[in-house]
Design a protein around this ligand. Structure first.
Ligand code: ADP
Ligand code: MG
Length: 484
């Protein structure tokens, strides 16, 4: 009996190819470049595989052609061919991906074709190549004020800063690759990563450094996809010695942009190029980012930026004032550091407004002006957006109501009426402003935040259970609303 060969199916053929490939390349490369490939069909000796992007296809062709040839030879004989099906979409969830089949001379494994297709970076000088990419550099500029010198160090940012500095001195050489910095808004992420970029540009001019926000990166991707120019964009990023990409949380849900980033990331990382990223949350909370991308982020170092403590805030204010060439007395600086405690950008906002107010109205920057500006900036709590009051106004209204002076309200007096008035005022500060408990305490004669918690709790309880207190709170609340 003659045994007919079983018709081969594409999955088996591809798996056999993979076995050959696996033996010949590092595991990491295999995972990156071959695991995502899906075998689609086998027609005669033509095997069609699906690859996730144009870039992917070109990468495979460029780096693994001989290996593929070997595997295909073994499986399908010398007439065996490979066809690629590339999935492309518009970079967002709504648009359906469509497929482009590629069947060029390259799939014949023609050596010449392979050569001419190679991203030929060595032939030209880097600078010449970068000239070609000028348009991509547009709109992704550095802010030269963001330097390490201008970045105040504190407990809140020490690890991030020193890792950043190490990277800036030796990009791509330290274990901090990628370097991922995360933290809430206005805590200095952009400043720090740009400081890294500025430092490298100043000290290692031969290095090509780019800073791009993830939003810009995504827009570029969509734009060049439209222009049929994705390859050029990818090539642009592949030239970088240092790639700084800000706010990667923006890539969330943008599958195809992530795809491109993933490949750029792998390429740069394999070549020992430095990657720096920021995010507004820790990587494990980055939803909508592919796991394989997230797992890459863990290869290097992840450091967080926390809210600055009081001393750091003082130092930051000093530094800002110094750079603006103004001097303020310590009382004012302390007041500012106490009033704005969550966000450095907001702190800067107050200083800028202060300077504006002072020069517009030709006023000296003194404590009353400071309070006025802080009040404007911090007014209107989220809970009561209709009530625009600051701590000072609350204190004034409460004092008027109880016929006591603001001094006594802030004093150490434990007299029952005074203590009650103080607690009520604290309660309203929490209710109607955005100040933190600690700041509220500061504005009441430097009490600590547990005193404020106790006051708020006490008044809330009394308001529930005591008719008189309920009425008092209501009356003061009306006064405050009337005082808007
Ligand atoms: P993020 O990117 O985290 O939202 P930014 O880097 O934009 O925050 O910082 C907000 C502002 O605060 C910037 O103007 C920055 O210069 C300033 N800033 C943040 N951290 C510091 C710091 N440690 N020292 C000095 N300025 C800082
Ligand atoms: Mg930022």
């Amino acid at each position: 009996m003659i045994e007919l060969p079983m018709p081969k199916d594409c999955i088996t053929v591809w798996n056999n190819c993979l076995n050959v490939i696996k033996e010949n390349i590092p595991e990491q490369s295999f995972k990156t470049w071959f695991e995502p490939i899906v075998p689609l069909k086998l027609e005669g000796t033509v095997l069609t595989i699906q690859v996730p992007s144009q870039f992917f296809y070109e990468w495979i062709e460029e780096h693994y052609i001989h290996l593929l040839r070997k595997a295909i030879d073994k499986e399908l004989g010398t007439t065996g061919r490979l066809e690629y099906s590339i999935i492309i979409d518009k970079g967002n969830d709504q648009s359906r991906p469509y497929t482009v089949n590629i069947q060029t001379a390259k799939v014949e494994f023609d050596k010449n074709a392979q050569k001419s297709n190679k991203i030929n970076t060595s032939a030209k000088k880097k600078q010449d190549i970068l000239k070609e990419y000028e348009s991509f550099f547009r709109g992704i500029k550095f802010n030269f004020n963001y330097t390490f010198d201008n970045f105040v160090e504190g407990d809140c940012n020490r690890l991030a800063r020193s890792a950043g500095y190490a990277v800036a001195k030796k990009p791509g050489v330290t274990a901090f690759n990628p370097l991922m910095l995360y933290g809430g808004v206005g805590l200095g992420k952009t400043h720090l990563v740009q400081a890294i970029g500025n430092h490298i540009r100043n000290n290692q001019q031969e290095k090509v450094v780019v800073y791009v926000s993830s939003e810009k990166f995504t827009n570029q991707f969509i734009e060049e996809l439209k222009n049929n120019n994705l390859q050029k964009l990818t090539n642009f990023y592949l030239q970088m010695d240092v790639l700084i990409i800000d706010d990667v949380q923006f890539l969330s849900g943008k599958e195809k942009t992530q795809e491109m980033f993933f490949h750029i990331f792998n390429h740069l990382h394999q070549q020992g190029k430095q990657i720096v990223m920021t995010s507004d949350r820790p990587p494990k909370e980055l939803q909508g980012l592919q796991d394989r991308l997230l797992s890459r982020f863990k290869w290097g170092l992840t450091a967080d930026l926390q809210q600055p403590d009081f001393e750091t805030r003082m130092a930051i204010i000093h530094r800002k004032l110094q750079s603006e060439g103004i001097e303020l007395n310590d009382e004012i600086i302390e007041y500012l550091a106490h009033s704005i405690d969550s966000n450095i950008r907001e702190l800067e906002g107050v200083i800028v407004s202060l300077m504006a107010q002072s020069s517009l109205n030709k006023l000296a920057i003194d404590l009353p002006l400071c309070k006025q500006v802080v009040q404007q900036i911090t007014q209107a709590s989220e809970k009561h957006p209709d009530v625009d009051v600051g701590i000072d106004l609350i204190q004034k209204v409460v004092c008027d109501y109880f016929s006591i002076s603001p001094e006594i309200l802030k004093s150490k007096s434990r007299k029952k009426e005074i203590a009650m008035a103080r607690q009520i005022a604290m309660y309203f500060c929490k209710e109607y402003t955005n100040f933190s408990l600690k700041s509220i305490g500061y504005h009441f004669g430097g009490r600590d935040h547990s005193t404020v918690i106790h006051a708020i709790q006490n008044i809330s309880d009394l308001r529930e259970n005591d008719g008189d207190m309920k009425a008092t709170v209501q009356e003061i609340s009306d006064l405050l609303k009337g005082n808007r």
